[in-house]
Design a protein around this ligand. Sequence first.
Ligand SMILES: [Zn+2]
Length: 175
Amino acid sequence: MKPREKLPWEIIWQHDGHVTDVVLTSMADGEEAIVPEVALDHVGGCDSCSRRLGDAALLSIRVDDHIVAAAAQARAARPRFPWAAVMVALTVAGLGMIPTLLRAPAWLAATSATLVQGLPLYVRSGALMARTLPQGLQGTLLVSSFVSAFVLTLTGYGIARAMTRSRSLQEGGTR
Ligand SMILES: [Zn+2]
């Protein structure tokens, strides 16, 4: 394995002969591999630099804590999935399909026609969700639109099959 590049000589030494904060920060972050041996030796044998290293390590831990805390905060602040809005949208979309289904029993025979006729409903329910969902949920919106379209497709398909079956039973009985 290729050894990692060391810190350049000009940035490891201060004018007073001690190592720079760059060296101490690197060591505090566990990046000793990039610190030249001579600088590590100096910190090990120099009270002043050892103390500064301790401070840098404390600071590093605190920064890590802040990052963890910030990440937790961001998680908590993330808006929850709006189940209520999605259910309302699905219900509205489902109800909106009923008149179409009752008005045109002819196309129920062809499942493909059902799907095509359902398309405006998918679009409408998608638009409804776009209005009801808060901003910044494009991913959720996309997923729920797909779920909505999928559920509607299944519903339409199921109704189409049921109607076709009952109609063929009727026709079989009268003829
Ligand atoms: Zn020193």
